[in-house]
Write a protein that binds this ligand. Structure first.
Ligand code: ZN
Length: 161
């Protein structure tokens, strides 16, 4: 059986914090996420999409924001840590498509690195993963450099009837 999941996340940008997206850091960008983990909206949206496809809750059920062990966690590691849940549901990722909305960080030059990080985390071929960026054309918090968001659509195959 094929199932679809959708995920979304947004975090505000603050001066003096790191931006991490799809496990990639942007060391020359002076703003970033002041969050419990590293605030990687790509990784967070992916886990939400996977949990959604499985009918198995959301990111916070697996990686709660008050877990002291995940203070400053590299959220890209949440993908491999979610794999046992996928296995319990006899589920594998067919393909995943991620869109990142941000104005000042350029996704194109690092899209391949993000795809590799995501594919490695999920244990799927890089050809099953797509990442693309949108500037939001100056509109809204993402377009004005106040926040970065990501949406994810994932298709999951299960052996459930
Ligand atoms: Zn988040």
């Amino acid at each position: 059986m094929l199932k679809i999941g959708w995920g979304y996340d947004i975090h505000r940008l603050h001066d003096g914090y790191k931006t991490v997206l799809g496990g990639v850091e942007f060391p020359t960008y002076p703003r970033g996420f002041n969050t419990h983990s590293d605030g990687d909206v790509v990784a967070h949206a992916i886990v939400d999409a996977l949990a959604g496809a499985l009918g198995a809750g959301s990111l916070g059920d697996y990686f709660p924001e008050d877990d002291p062990n995940d203070q400053n966690a590299r959220s890209i590691e949440f993908l491999s840590r979610f794999r046992p849940v996928m296995e319990r549901h006899h589920a594998t990722v067919s393909n995943l498509d991620c869109t990142i909305f941000c104005s000042d960080v350029r996704i194109g030059p690092v899209a391949e690195e993000m795809k590799r990080n995501i594919a490695d985390g999920l244990g799927v071929p890089t050809g099953s993963v797509n990442v693309k960026g949108k500037t939001n054309d100056g509109f809204g918090p993402e377009g004005q450099g106040q926040a970065i968001s990501a949406t994810v659509v994932v298709q999951v195959a299960t052996d459930a009837k």
